[in-house]
Write a protein that binds this ligand. Sequence first.
Ligand code: MIC
Ligand code: SF4
Length: 640
Amino acid sequence: MADNLTYKILKDHLVEGELVRGTELGIRMDQTLTQDATGTMAYLQLEALGIDKVKTEKSVSYVDHNTLQNGFENADDHLFLQSAAARFGIWFSRPGNGICHQVHLERFGEPGKTLLGSDSHTPTAGGLGMLGIGAGGLDVAVAMAGGPFYLTVPFVLKVNLVGELQPWVGAKDIILELLRRLTVKGGVGKVIEYSGPGLATLSVPERATITNMGAELGATSSIFPSDEMTRLFLKNQGREEVWRRFEADEGAIYDDEITINLDILEPLVAVPHSPDAVKKIREIGPVAVDQVAVGSCTNGSYRDLQLLAEVLKDKVVHPRVSLVVAPGSRQTFINLARQGILEKLIASGARILESACGPCIGMGQAPPSGGVSVRTFNRNFTGRSGTADAMVYLTGPAAAAAAALRGEITDPRDLGPYPHLEAEPSLVIDDRMVIAPPEDGTGVKIVRGPNIKPLPINKPLPETIKARVLLVLEDNITTDHILPGGSKVLPLRSNIEAISEYVFAPIDPHFAAQARESGSGIIVAGENYGQGSSREHAALAPMYLGIKVVLAKSFARIHHANLVNFGILPLVFVDESDYNNLAKDDQLIIEDVSRQMENDTVTIKHQGSGNEIKASHSLSKRLLKVVLAGGLLNYTRQSS
Ligand code: MIC
Ligand code: SF4
């Protein structure tokens, strides 16, 4: 059979199941990555799994999210992570070395291999032909321990790129166009494969901008073939030996196909507050800008910042605008400095931040009240910037540069001819900020400051679930709604008791208190519940507060898996109109839980009206056991 890239990799890594669409498959993970905000939990979980050394080809622990160090918490986490990495045979990328996805692309990714990461943007690695998948920390811990990663055999969508990008139009505009067409739930259950003559001119960092934001489509992964462009990238990285040609077979089968004509693509922008609210920049009226932020795992590459610098050269940012710049990796940072690009940026008034996530996750640089921020990032969810009423627009670096210069959102084509960009020089390669693990780490003592609290243990799901509806939510609720990021909350990622105070805080500040008082709660939601990040804390902290069930119209993939992993039952309305009959404080009952769950459909009784609601769980036999046991850790302990 003529295989696409996805099927080739899945076949190559298959350890359980068959490639039959809609069924569950177990695959081997060659590599894993964690970042600090999800990593602390992942390593506590790895410890609980009781292994001595990771069984992957390479596992890397990054520190890039929690780097503000307002108090002792972030630094405690870093020490814990560094010692845990040495203990378990994991490479440690020190704070300052850059954002996990960009560093992984540059230094570790390999075409044709698999990568599981405790961060939703792990598919960035698809830019060099790797199958990168985002997951909760517990799934990553299991993969590090040598267990398979389970996924539903995906639907493979081919995106055929034809033509060539015009001046001032970039890779970000390609993915924004896809978001415009498919929406934030259009990629759920799919791997998106890029193909066609338009690939030839797209560099690996440009491809990685596109695969990175496949996460915003809800896609399981996104992938490009590995071709001469990939070879060039890996050669510049001094890693040509890992290159191999990796292409879909001639006549490969796809479930669906769409075409984007790059010749006619225009500069695009995602307007507040969703990455799929995409418009042509020309179409939106004048919008005055207070802040421009360039960087993140989407657009923090050398070329992105070089373009910004060339636009700003010999000029100063508009008086209204605060321009902040964070290079995606230390490698990029050094090379920008060496080529005099950093100097141009500083001279133009850019405020240079360290190589980390920073403002993307609300770690500093919050915009002013009601302010407009233009960001080259990937998410513009309400409040994520750290300012509840800020208006965040997502663009590529060209439009960001234009906004910094003009003080209003501007089509970059209005700036005149496209600047001349010197070819990227041969890179300074320096991996000294990545610490290799010792051969034998069994003697390493893991450092646990007061911010490292033990893992909470869940009980098995009760036979009768009696619970109060604590919230009725609309469609597309993000994990930033469920458990926000930002400089106040992120440092508590290794302390579930403390972080659980912030569950649903952006929606209802009294939620945690009410959940505790009820003892047992249900969340009711619309479509695509839990879109966005991979943070398992958005399941773990609600579990800690006694949430037993989420009843929704549909779920985002990673969050659904996280709910099961922590013993919260995800149920889907059989008849969506039942959603309209539920209200806050309703009491719901599910009887004979384990018996009912043997069938796909479960009956939920509404205590007040006596009405019955049908819901389905669509869980495989394995997942059923996991959720009934109260989560994956309990299940693993029971079955070992
Ligand atoms: C994000 O972009 O939302 C994050 C912060 O990187 C998350 C991970 C986390 O919450 O720690 C993600 O995308 O998975
Ligand atoms: Fe970091 Fe933002 Fe990328 Fe998440 S999306 S990994 S917070 S840069």
